[in-house]
Each structure stands twice: as C-alpha cells, then as structure tokens.
Write a protein that binds this ligand. Sequence first.
Ligand SMILES: *Cc1c(COP(=O)(O)O)cnc(C)c1O
Length: 509
Amino acid sequence: MRYVSTRGGTPAMSSAEAIKTGLAPDGGLFVPEGHPVLATGELSSLIGMTYKERAGFILSRYLTDFTESEIAMCVENAYGGTRFDKQGVAPLVHLDGRLSVLELWHGPTCAFKDVALQILPQFMTEAMKKTGENREIVILVATSGDTGKAALEGFADVPGTRIAVFYPDEGVSEVQKRQMITQEGSNVHVVGVSGNFDDTQTGVKRIFSDAALAEAMDRAGLVFSSANSINWGRLVPQIVYYFSAYADLCRENRIQCGDPVNFVVPTGNFGNILAAWYAMSMGLPVGRLICASNANHILTDFMETGVYDRRRDFHKTVSPSMDILISSNLERLLYEMSGKDAEKVASWMKSLSVTGAYNVGTEMKEHIAKLFYGGWTSEDDTLKTIHSVWKEHHYVADTHTAVALNVYNGYLAETNDKTVTVLVSTASPFKFSDSVAGALFGAGVLEGKDEFELLDLLSERTQWPVPAGLAGLRDREILHKVHATAEGMALTVSRLLGIIPAAEGEIHG
Ligand SMILES: *Cc1c(COP(=O)(O)O)cnc(C)c1O
C-alpha cells in the first residue's frame, strides 16, 4: 500500500515514509492509495481473536512495508503488559439490548488518545529504521490537555526519541497540568507557556518552520517530528477498535455477523469518526455514522448545509477536547468522497485559509448525508444527560460521552432507527470530575473542593474506582518546572536539547 497526499502534490510513499513525514509537503494529509477490503470470512475470523491479534490483522493491511513480526512487536509494546488496565484496550459495556458503550479510556492517561499514542512511537521508531534515518526524533507537541499527557506516556523512554510538550498556562485543568508536570522518563520535557492554546500552538508552528534551528538540530543529530492527529500513524490504530467492537457484538450474539451497526462518535478533529469510515471502506457493515458535536457545532452545520464556515465564535465548553473550529481530518473524507479529487480538495482548503469558509455543493453534501448524521448538544443538555444515564443505567458518562449520547437520543427520536448501535466513549468520567460530580450530585458538592478531592468524592458516591493514572496524582513529585513565553519557546527548546548551553537562571522560574 502506498500513500498519497489529499492535495495531489506529493509523490506516493511507503507507510514508513508517510508516518515519519507526518504532514505531506504540499500541506495535504497522507491517505492510502487503495482500500484493503476484507475477503468473505475474514470478518468473522476476527471473532475468536484477542485485541492484539485483531490489531495485527488490520494494521498489516495498511502497513504493508512492515513485516508481520515488526507489526506484532509494535502491538505488543503498545497494548501488552499493564499499560491498559485489566478491562483491556477497547471493552464493550451494554446499556440495553440495542446500545453498547465502547470504552476507549482504559489506558495510562484515561482518554482514548492512548490507543493511538501508545503505538505511534513504535511505528515511528520502526519507520526511522526503515527509511535509514539515523538522527534522533524530537517530538514537539502543543496541547490543550489530553494529547500532551498521552504523547508523554507513549514516548517516555522510547529509544531514539525525545519529546517536548508545551501546555498553555491558561487552558489546561489542574488535573491535566499535574499529569504532565509529574511525567517520568529520561527523554521527556514539559514546558508551561504564558498565554492560551493558540499562542502555544503558534509557537510550536514557529519552531517547525525555523530553518536555522533545523540546521542546528541536524548538526546535533536531531530532527523534529509531530505526534499530532493528522499523522497516518495515529489514525490507522483507531480503525482496529471499530472492527473489534463489531467482532465482540457477534461473539456475544447481539448481532449476526454481516448485520449493519451504527456508531456514535463525539467528534473534534474528525480523526476518530474518520477511522470508522476507513473501517467501513474495508467492508465493516456500518449503517450510519453519527457525528456528535458540542456548542462548537461547525461539523453539524457542515453536514446540514455543505458549507464549512469557521467565521464564528469559539465556545469554551465542559467537553473541551471537542472545542475545535478546524477539524483537520475532514480533509481526508472530502478527498475520498469527491472520488479522490485532489484539485477540488486543494481549492476548498485554500478557500478555508483565505476566506475562512468553503462550500462543497449540494451533490457532495447529499453524498455525505447518506452515511453521516450530524447533531450537537448544548452545555445544559450535556450535564442533564450525565444525570439521566446515571439514573437510568447506573452508568457514569464523561462530558464528551454525554454529548454523544444526547445526539444519539435525538437521532433515535428523529429516525426511529432500531439498528444496534455502539456509542464511542472517549474519556474516563474522572478526567472531568468537576463537571461530572456537579451534574450527578448538584453544583453544591463542588464548593470548597479542589479537583483532587472531587476525584475521591465521585468515587465514593458512584462506587466506581479512581483510575490508576489519576489516583495519587496530588502527591506525585513535580519534575518539570520550566516555563517560557510564547516568543521564547524556540530558545527554550534549544537549551533543553543541549543545542545551545543554558544560561544560568534563564529558563527556570
Ligand atoms: C481528542 C478527543 C475527542 C475528539 O476526537 P477527534 O478524533 O479529534 O474527533 C473527543 N473526546 C476526547 C475525550 C478527546 O480527548
């Protein structure tokens, strides 16, 4: 399988090259040239497999330049051992005969990004070997919360890599910050940046485009790379859990192998739900893909009108990982759905960057609407849904999962579609314990308590255990105290990497 750019200006590459490169040089995203459709019988063969075997099976269809044993090693290093808790990588929990929850947050950081970020470093080091790269990779991440910690956990102590995560002072929760600044590992750096997420992201982009710094890095045997969700190596492991959920439904006789299933996905950058689309393109029987948004419902509007328009207010919500106005991975869907028309995709993306909007036209909009349903949930309804699913099913949903559940309820009311449905749950409720505890027990319980005390309160009242990755966080040693201004980020990273010597007192404080 070779990989091409959605904008058509890059020669086809192997998966190792695509993963190492990240973003295509023409600004587009790498996509597989073809769709590896499963033969009859292959789908049902997944039923008897473990998650790791299912992962090896699906990944080998896309990473055709990796040997079977290389893939098996990547899978074992990511999903073996005790990185994920004893419930496994992607367990299904049934709410009723028709609706099951796919819990993707049993990894070390309690959010679904672990599924991809545990294995990406494995792919990356293999890809470096295969492409004859002997420099050390330095992963740079700007994070608004979940990605930074998941990337740190994935890359910590992975040979041949280093990682530097920048988080904004204004913008991450106390728990998220503590998760990052207590990170262990001999190759990790964590830096607080004055400002908000946009300032931090802009700073990282500036580092990536700093030619003098790139040259100094090269002399020191280092090269920058990104662990960001547009990398094919982050998307491909997500295809696996859609097959895995389907195989589990078959195994438990909730469906007959071959029956269609709907998936509801709480969506931000469009990566997770796009992985479901790729699973479908390989022959997974899918009825409808239900795309759930919060108050930043740019995708809902797009699916309704065919117009993607980012000229709107940005809302800070209780489901912050979905607070996104540019859903980068949508570009891949547009490429596929336009019949791989790279010229059209390039013109839409140009329009987005020049005017802030693009219009895909009626035909394309209707084409997308046959498969996708878009809906969104207000802040108030998100919290009410957390309350009602607890009352009805004794299930504790996090804010992102609740957004999806409420959209699904709206979909059911509108369509009366009785198809068996999988609701993708992207974070542990403990990760957003203030919103969840407030929704379950009233805002009064929050008074006078910090986020750490709320973890315990939520656990006591629901009898759900605090996940290992969050328990004891308050008492863990703070290992990272480096701070930078947005303008000073390049200098700080140079010093941390030892490219230029640190001047006393300049970076700590
Ligand atoms: C990142 C994230 C999402 C959004 O996923 P996309 O792949 O960007 O659509 C949803 N929920 C949580 C908890 C996340 O961390």
